[in-house]
Structures are given as C-alpha cells and as structure tokens.
Ligand binder design. Structure first.
Ligand code: ADP
Ligand code: MG
Length: 290
C-alpha cells in the first residue's frame, strides 16, 4: 500500500481571541491517497475552511497529527512552510477571484507563482494549464474582463502552476450557476487526472459528489460520514461509513435516514460497535453517479 498524501489524526484547531476561544476542529481524522479526489461537505461554520488552512500550512494545528506529502505540519519552520506552500500544495482559497492579480493578464497570473525554471518550460506549463481549463483564448485578458466561471478556471490554473501533489479548493463553484459549476468541475477533474494530483474540494453543491471519488461530511469540526462509490455487478453502490464521536454517539444525517427509510435497520447494524470505530453498511444508491 502506498503512503497517504494527507494523513490527519485527532486534528484540533482552536482560534483564540482576546475574549473567546473557538474550537473549529475537534479531533478530525482524514486520510487521502495520492491522486484521490475528495469532496468535503458540511454546514457553514463546521470547520471546512479551517481544515483547508491547516492542510495548506496557513494555520498551524493546535493539536493532533497532520502529515501532507510526508511533511509534518505540526513542526515546520517558517522557511519550510513557505516552500511547502509553493511546491507541495496548490490552494484555491474561498472567494479566490479576489486573489488574482488584477493588473496582470491571465497568462501572467499563471506564470507569477511558478518556481524558477527555463522560460520556455514555464510558458509551456502555463499554456497547458490555460488550455486544460478551457481559457487559452483568454490568455491576454485581465481578471476584470473574465466571467465568474472563467475567473474560477484561472484561479485553478494559478493554484496548479507548480504541479502540486495536492490541490485544495474551498467552495470553488459557490458563485457559479449549476451548469457552469459542472463544466468547471469536469475540466478541473481532467486537469487533476493529467497532473496526477490529489484534491480536496470543499463544496455546498451536491453535484460535486459526481466529480469526487469520496465525499466526507464534516460536522462540528469532525468528520462524521464518508461515502465512496463502488461499481458492483454493473450497479453503482454507495459504500458508507459513519464515524462515532468519542462518547460513542452517532448522529445520522437526515438524508441518510430518509434514503435508508429504516431506523431499525441502522441500529441493528450498530449494535456491538465501540466508540471511535466506524460503522459500515451498504445500500443501493437512488441514482446513478455517471
Ligand atoms: P466553514 O468553512 O465550514 O464555514 P470555518 O472553518 O470558517 O467553517 O469556521 C469554523 C469555526 O471557526 C466557526 O465557528 C468560525 O466562526 C470560527 N472561525 C473561523 N475563523 C476564525 C478566526 N480567524 N477567528 C476566530 N474564529 C474563527
Ligand atoms: Mg468556509
């Protein structure tokens, strides 16, 4: 088995201000394999952005274990952090369009974060990124001249400039209509495939599930459920894991109960499980994922 590209265990992040402490992550576990695309869903305030900031080495975790690309995020010097942010992860932050350089054109925006390399190589990489994201004809346009979908495509190209092992994208399609979001995600997936990068994509959009290998739900700063799509005898099956909290409690998302339509069935399955273990069952998905 290969080493995971992201390995978080018991991750805790506390924001401390003069007046109060906010526990944004409380013992979160996450494991992502190289090349895997994982979608993170969860309510506003559940800790999604905090998790991304920790994985991107923007915030240092308060406690727990966090390894990304073999780097221990809990013990990195400022210098290592900078190198990590430039070379190991690419980060499309929430409201990423604000982060594009308005005075540079699209091509220059992609060239800007690139690590030093021969000019011809930089240009070739930038051209590949713009083309895969479907905006090669806009290379000379400035961010202010781009539509929301085009600017999001550019933000992805910029984050992928140095061929990171992991792409992090925080609600990349939040401001796009359904059809545009779907197209952007499809091209993003293609780019990930060609680059061999893993990705963690935070989203409110249920359709993202179709573009991910696995969907993880975060609730109160902890992972609560995981869904993975499996093909079995020609049928698409959802393999689901529920994760218990430390007290051994489990709260079922309402959609689960509705989809399964049988509380008794669920509880029968959980009998005998111990705290901090994962409870597993399978059921037929209502729709196809293709
Ligand atoms: P999400 O991205 O899922 O909406 P966040 O990670 O942004 O959630 O926030 C998780 C919790 O941490 C929220 O209660 C939020 O108010 C709090 N929080 C986020 N950033 C800060 C900060 N810089 N200072 C204090 N509290 C914060
Ligand atoms: Mg957020």
């Amino acid at each position: 088995m290969t080493d995971p590209i992201i390995e978080c265990e018991g991750l805790v992040h506390i924001y401390r201000t003069a007046q109060l402490e906010v526990v944004a992550l409380q013992g979160l576990d996450l494991r992502v394999e190289p090349g895997e695309v994982v979608a993170i869903v969860g309510r506003s305030g559940s800790g999604k952005t905090t998790l991304m900031n920790v994985i991107a080495a923007v915030e240092e975790p308060t406690a727990g274990r966090a390894l990304v690309g073999g780097h221990d995020l809990t013990r990195m010097s400022e210098r290592e952090r900078n190198r990590f942010r430039q070379q190991v992860v690419g980060y499309v932050v929430q409201h990423s369009q604000a982060n594009l350089a308005p005075d540079l054109n699209a091509l220059e925006n992609v060239l800007l974060p690139m690590t030093p390399r021969p000019v011809a190589e930089s240009r070739e990489r930038a051209a590949f990124l713009l083309e895969t994201m479907g905006i090669d004809e806009l290379a000379a346009s400035h961010p202010g001249e781009l539509s929301g979908g085009e600017a999001e495509r550019l933000a992805v190209a910029v984050a992928m400039a140095n061929q990171p092992q992991v792409l992090l994208a925080d609600e990349p399609t939040a401001e796009l209509d359904r059809a545009t979001a779907d197209h952007v995600l499809r091209d993003l997936r293609q780019l990930l495939r060609e680059s061999g990068s893993a990705a963690v994509i935070v989203t409110h959009d249920a359709s993202v599930e179709r573009h991910a290998d696995r969907v993880i739900q975060i609730r109160d700063g902890r992972t609560s459920t995981e869904t993975r799509w499996l093909e079995q005898a020609g049928e698409v099956v959802a393999d689901e894991l529920l994760i218990m909290d430390r007290a051994g409690r489990i709260q079922l998302p309402r959609a689960y109960v509705e989809r399964l339509g049988a509380r008794g069935l669920i509880w029968r399955f959980l009998v005998g499980s111990t705290p901090n273990t994962k409870a597993r069952w399978r059921f037929l998905a209502a729709g196809s994922t293709s």
